[in-house]
Ligand binder design. Structure first.
Ligand SMILES: NC(=O)c1ccc[n+]([C@@H]2O[C@H](COP(=O)([O-])OP(=O)(O)OC[C@H]3O[C@@H](n4cnc5c(N)ncnc54)[C@H](O)[C@@H]3O)[C@@H](O)[C@H]2O)c1
Ligand SMILES: CC(=O)N[C@H]1[C@@H](OP(=O)(O)OP(=O)(O)OC[C@H]2O[C@@H](n3ccc(=O)[nH]c3=O)[C@H](O)[C@@H]2O)O[C@H](CO)[C@H](O)[C@@H]1O
Length: 337
C-alpha cells in the first residue's frame, strides 16, 4: 500500500484531500503545526473514512523533527499544502511568509532528496497569473505576483522546475487552484477561517448564519456582466480529487506537470450572493463598497489541460458549492471550536 506524506493535511484543502486519499486506499501521514487548523479535524476525517491518518504536530521548518518522520515511514510521494496564505498579512509580514513558505519548502525538498522521495504535488494558485491579460487563463499565460504570498508561490514553482531540470528522477506536479469553496457533503469538515474571513464565500456564509451583519461588495464598476468581480469558484472536493489524478499521472508518466484546477466558469460576486440565498433560504445583506486594492476584474481558468492530461474535470456546480458551504456552516457555526 502506498503511503503519502501530506504537509498541511489538517487544513481546509488538505483535510478534504486526505479523505479522498484514504477512501482510495492510500495510507496517509499528515505533518501540520496547526498554525491555521484544528486537531479535531482528525476525528472528523475518521468519522467520514472509518480510517485515521497518522498525524505529526510538526513544523516543516523544524528539520530535526521532520527528518524523524521521514525515518519512520516509506513515502511514495508528498502532497505539499503547508503554507501561510493570507494575502494582506503577507504584505504586512513578508519575512514570515518567505520563511514559512519558501524556507519550509526547501527543508522539505532537502529531506525528500535525502530519503529518495522524489515525487511531489504542490499547491500553487491562480494568483501566479497576477492581473491576467485576458480570460479564460491557460497555463502558458505570463506569470507575475502582486504581493509576497503570490511571490512565494512563484518562487516555489521556479524552485521545483529547477529541481526537476537538475534531476530527472524527480517528478513534480504544480497545481494552480482557482477559488476553492464548499465543504464535504457530510458537513463534518470544511473551511474554518480565523477571525473575519477575507474570502467571499466564508464571509457570505457567516452573514447567512448571523455571525456577520452585512457583506461589503468590493466594487460594482468592473467591466463584468453586473460590475462585480468575476472568479472561478471550485468545489473543494473536486479540487481534492484533482490531487489524486495528479498523483496517478506522476506515477504513470513522471516528469513535470503544470495544470490549472478550475471549473472554467466565472461567477460574479452578486451571482454568488444569489446562489447562496437560494441554497440557504436566507437573505444576504450587502452594501456596495469601493474596490479592494489588488483585485482584478475577471479571473477564470481554461481547464482543458487538466482534462486532457489527467482526465479530470469538475462535477459540482455553484449551487452545490453553496449548499455544502451552508451545510457545514450550519452544523459548525463556530467552526471546529
Ligand atoms: N484556499 C485557497 O483559497 C487557496 C487557493 C490557492 C492556493 N492555496 C494553497 O493551498 C494550500 C492549502 O490551502 P488551505 O486553504 O487548505 O489553507 P489552510 O491554512 O487551511 O491549510 C494549510 C495548513 O498548513 C499548515 N501549516 C502552515 N505552515 C506550516 C508549517 N510551517 N509547518 C507545518 N504546517 C504548516 C496550517 O496549520 C494549515 O493546517 C496552501 O499552500 C495555499 O497557499 C489555497
Ligand atoms: C487579492 C487576494 O486576496 N487574492 C486571494 C483571493 O483571491 P480572490 O480575490 O479571487 O478571492 P476572494 O474570495 O477574496 O474574492 C472573490 C471576489 O469577491 C469579492 N469580495 C471578497 C470578499 C468580500 O468580503 N467582498 C467581496 O466583494 C472580491 O472583490 C472578489 O471579486 O483568494 C484566493 C483563494 O480563494 C487566493 O488566495 C488569492 O491569492
Amino acid at each position: 500500500m502506498k503511503t503519502i506524506l501530506v504537509t498541511g493535511g489538517a487544513g481546509y484543502i488538505g483535510s478534504h484531500t486526505v479523505v479522498e486519499l484514504l477512501n482510495s486506499g492510500y495510507e496517509v501521514v499528515i505533518v501540520d503545526n496547526l498554525i491555521n487548523s484544528n486537531i479535531k479535524v482528525l476525528d472528523r476525517i475518521q468519522s467520514i473514512c472509518q480510517k485515521r491518518p497518522i498525524f505529526y504536530n510538526c513544523d516543516i521548518l523544524d528539520k530535526v523533527s521532520l527528518e524523524q518522520v521521514f525515518q519512520k515511514h516509506d513515502f511514495s510521494a508528498v502532497i505539499h499544502f503547508a503554507a501561510l496564505k493570507a494575502v494582506g498579512e503577507s504584505v504586512r509580514e513578508p519575512q514570515r511568509y518567505y520563511t514559512n513558505n519558501v524556507s519550509g519548502s526547501l527543508i522539505l525538498f532537502e529531506l525528500m532528496a535525502k530519503y529518495s522521495v522524489k515525487k511531489i504535488v504542490f499547491s500553487s494558485s491562480a494568483t501566479v497569473y497576477g492581473d491576467p491579460i485576458s480570460v479564460p487563463i491557460t497555463e502558458e499565460f505570463p506569470l507575475s505576483a502582486t504581493n509576497p504570498y503570490g511571490q512565494t508561490k512563484l518562487m516555489m514553482e521556479q524552485i521545483l522546475r529547477d529541481i526537476y531540470a537538475a534531476d530527472r528522477e524527480w517528478s513534480i506536479g504544480i497545481l494552480r487552484y482557482f477559488n476553492p469553496v464548499g465543504a464535504h457533503s457530510s458537513g463534518l469538515i470544511g473551511e474554518d477561517p480565523n477571525g473575519i474571513p477575507n474570502n467571499l464565500m466564508p464571509y457570505i456564509s457567516q452573514v447567512a448564519v448571523g455571525k456577520l451583519e452585512c457583506l461589503s461588495v468590493f466594487g460594482n464598476d468592473y467591466p463584468t456582466h453586473d460590475g462585480t468581480g468575476v472568479r472561478d469558484y471550485i468545489h473543494v472536493v473536486d479540487l481534492a480529487r484533482g490531487h489524486l489524478k495528479a498523483l496517478e499521472y506522476l506515477e504513470a508518466n513522471g516528469g513535470e506537470l503544470i495544470v490549472n484546477l478550475g471549473t472554467g466558469t466565472g461567477y460574479s460576486v452578486l451571482d454568488v450572493v444569489k446562489a447562496f440565498e437560494l441554497a440557504s433560504g436566507k437573505v444576504i445583506n450587502y452594501q456596495i463598497k469601493p474596490r479592494r486594492s489588488g483585485d482584478v476584474a475577471k479571473c477564470f481558468a481554461n481547464p482543458a489541460k487538466a482534462l486532457e492530461l489527467l482526465g479530470w474535470q469538475t462535477t459540482y456546480d455553484l449551487e452545490q458549492m453553496c449548499r455544502d458551504t451552508w451545510n457545514w456552516q450550519q452544523k459548525n457555526p463556530q467552526g471546529y471550536t
